[in-house]
Structure formats: C-alpha cells, structure tokens
Design a protein around this ligand. Structure first.
Ligand SMILES: [Zn+2]
Length: 438
C-alpha cells in the first residue's frame, strides 16, 4: 500500500466499518441487476442463458449497459467475453480480474455464474463511492461458455482468452442445434480463427489475480450455518462424454458363458469405480465419480433380449492430478479385465480433461483475515464443481474463490442465495481489492 497518496480518502482497508457500509449500500444495485438478468432470460421454468445464444448474449448486454451507465470502460475479446474496467493510475501495474460466467444450464437458476460478475460490479461501485482511486486496473470479466452441457467442452471463454483452448474444441457441436462452436462464436462477434491460432487476449504476466464469487452448489454452508466459504481448491477431471460398449444382442435364454452382455459390462465398470471411490474416500481422498448417462440402446433393447449395446458418459473429478491419474489407470485396467471376461469391447470415444485448480495460499489467507475483520464467519471448502478460476490457475495466474450459501443446489430453478450472504462475499472481496489498489 502506498502512503504518499495525495487523495484525502480514508483507506477502506483501514476502516472496516466504512468499507462494509459502502458495500451494503450497493444492495439496491445488486438486486436490480439480478432482477434485470432474470427478467430477460426466462427459461420456463428457470433461467435460460444458453451458451453463445440469445440468453447469454442478453446477459452480456446487461453488463455492457451497466458499464455505460456507470462510466466504466468496456471491451470484448475474440471469444466475445466482456470486460468492464475501472481504470487505475499505473497502466503497467498488473490488473485485478474478478468475474464468472454469464451462461446457464437449460432451466437453471439466476445466480450460478452471474453472482460472480455482479459481485465484481458491486465491489467497484462500493470502492468508487468511497473515493478510492485505484493504482491498478480493476476489471470485471463476464466469461462466455462455462457450462459444458452445451458444447461438452469446459472453460471455453476463459481458456480462449488465455490462448489455451484445446485443438478440436471449436468443432464441437451445440447439443440442441448441431451448429459448431466456431460458428456460434463468430455469430456473437468473436473471431474463432484467432482462438484457433491460440492468440492470447489475457497475458498472465499482466494479471495480479483472478477472483471469483460463486454460489455453493451443495448445501454444506446451509448445514454449517455459515454465509460464506473460502475455496480450498477446484477439482480437475477426466471425462468420457460418449463412451460405448459393444457386445452382441442375444436371446434371453442364452447361457452365461455364451453371452456378450454390454449392460452387465457397464454395470461392472460402474461398481468397480464406485468401489475405488469408496476406498479413496476411506483414505481421506476427495473424489467424485458420475455416470451421467447410463443406458442400453432404446432402439434395440427389450425384456427378452440380452443387451448387445450400452452407452454411458463418465466424469471423474478430484483435487489432485496424481489421484486422477491413478484412478484412470485403475479404470483402464478394469476395462481390460471386463472386456476379456465378458467378451465385449469398450469404445471410450473422445476424452476430455480439465486441470486441478490450485488456490493461491496468500490470497486465501488475506481473504480469511478480511472476513475476520468484518466479523463474517467462514469455513474452507473444496469446490464440488468446476469453475473458470481453474483455467486461470492453470495459466499461472494467482486465483481464489468465495462460495456463497445457497439453499437448494444449483443447475436448477430453485437456487436460493440471500442478498445478505452475497453482500458478505462482496465485503470480503472489496476488502482484498481495496488493499491491492491503494
Ligand atoms: Zn457456475
């Protein structure tokens, strides 16, 4: 912190109650922005901010309109991410990025993603109201395409901005209309060729940190009666979105030794992974295994037919790259055994993965100290979900996240975040930003 500043303002970091009051005074702004977003992206039921579609575009428009109204600078990058910047006095000082995604799952809730963007705006407005003149830029990023349900690709907006979108991702098709990601990006004013060339809009060396406020997706904070958690890590994953097992359709009376039962093979793999998960959990290693799709072939299955085809998707997530590697190796070994014993073939198809997102210990400690200063009780919590912040961490940018209590889970219309809890997160974030910009 500089002591030679000529401005007369009281440093908000030094005056906890002043800072907290300034954040709480932004309640009406936060409520208005959440309401505007909800009204313009109704999904009947829930919210529909479809990735690179009208819903997400609307949300980016809300962000742009707010910036114009507030006199903040707006820019876009070649993935059509939106940046709203409060300019600092030292152009070469690494800037602070806050933000989250503005898309939603189909029929999702209003807070997953949007809370992180609105939190950034609340922080800027609170600090401006105190007369703070930042020495470094403070930017709110509305990130595109975080919800991988649409294109089955994770972190599209953040990784594109960082020049790290994997090869082939731009050719992924949106699940509901079959149009490519590249075509969608171009339609929204982006430049898929720049992404393909791995051009970098965000240079990690110029970014002090990325901070993301997000609602919690599980009810841990409700259970603990706490408004807020400081993230201890974002899980990485490996995924097989379109795996198949090929066996042979046979008569229901076929003796076991002649069968090529694809469904039993799928069941055996699921139980094997469940057992591996249970063992890891017993050893204190957090892990999650999910077969999101798990089915026989509806065009050929029937009560009196041995299933000759089986399809599934698989997502395995953990907070440690070595754990992911170990589990995947065990899985591949199990598959080889199942194939030999059950006379079937696994076609795992495309594999996707995301790196584990490590939080910055110094920022975590500072956020905890800030929360304590403002009498906001917190706990540390491993994120159950993937977040853009992991992509920033992977690129070498210091990262931290704040989770806000949320009653009914996320990815559904019933998300229930209280504005009081949201403003508590904004207070802790504003405290950190104030100390970094003054
Ligand atoms: Zn989210």
């Amino acid at each position: 912190m500089t002591s030679s500043t000529e401005t007369a303002h009281v440093s908000p970091a030094k005056s906890a109650s002043t800072l907290k009051s300034a954040v709480l005074a932004q309640r009406a702004l936060a409520e208005r922005l959440f309401a505007t977003l909800a009204n313009g992206s109704q999904g009947n039921p829930g919210i529909m901010r479809d990735t690179f579609g009208p819903g997400e575009n609307f949300a980016h428009g809300v962000l742009t309109d707010f910036a114009a109204e507030a006199g903040l600078a707006v820019s876009k990058d070649f993935a059509a991410n939106t940046y709203v910047t409060w300019r600092g006095s030292e152009p070469n000082a690494p800037r602070i990025l806050m933000g989250s995604h503005l898309d939603s799952v189909p029929h999702g809730g209003n807070f997953d993603g949007a809370a992180g963007v609105i939190a950034g705006l609340v922080v800027i407005e609170a600090l401006r109201s105190l007369g703070v003149r930042p020495r470094r830029d403070v930017t709110v990023m509305g990130v595109r395409a975080e919800e991988s349900v649409w294109f089955q690709v994770s972190y599209v907006g953040s990784r594109s901005a960082l020049g790290r979108l994997p090869d082939g991702a731009l050719e992924a098709k949106r699940i509901d209309n079959g149009k490519s990601l590249a075509a969608h990006i171009a339609e929204c004013g982006g430049d898929p060729d720049a992404i393909r060339r791995r051009e970098r809009h965000l240079d990690p060396a110029t970014i002090r940190a990325f901070l993301e406020v997000h609602i919690e997706q599980a009810p841990s904070l409700v259970e603990s009666h706490l408004p807020l958690a400081i993230c201890s890590g974002v899980p990485g994953n490996f995924r097989y979105p379109n795996a198949r097992i090929v066996g042979r359709h046979d008569h229901v009376g076929t003796p076991r030794r002649f069968r090529h039962d694809a469904a039993m093979a799928g069941a055996e793999l699921a139980m094997t992974l469940d057992r591996i998960w249970e063992e890891e959990e017993k050893a204190g290693v957090p892990l999650a295994v999910t077969f999101g799709r798990f089915h026989t072939d509806a065009a050929a299955h029937g009560m009196t037919i041995v299933p000759g085809a089986f399809a599934f998707s698989l997502d395995v997530r953990a907070y440690d790259a070595a754990v992911l590697e170990r589990v995947e190796k065990q899985m591949l070994a199990a598959i080889a055994g199942i194939e030999a014993r059950r006379r079937v073939t696994f076609e795992l198809g495309a594999r996707a993965s995301a790196a584990v997102g490590k939080v910055d210990p110094a920022i975590v400690a500072a956020l905890e100290a800030g929360a304590a200063r403002h009498d906001i009780a917190t706990m540390r919590l491993g994120s159950p979900a993937s977040h853009d912040s992991a992509a920033f961490a992977e690129a070498g940018i210091p990262m931290a996240m704040l989770f806000v209590r949320n009653e009914h889970g996320s990815h559904n219309p019933m998300e229930a975040m209280e504005i009081d809890d949201f403003l508590a997160a904004c207070t802790v974030l504003a405290d950190w930003v104030a100390a970094e910009v003054t």
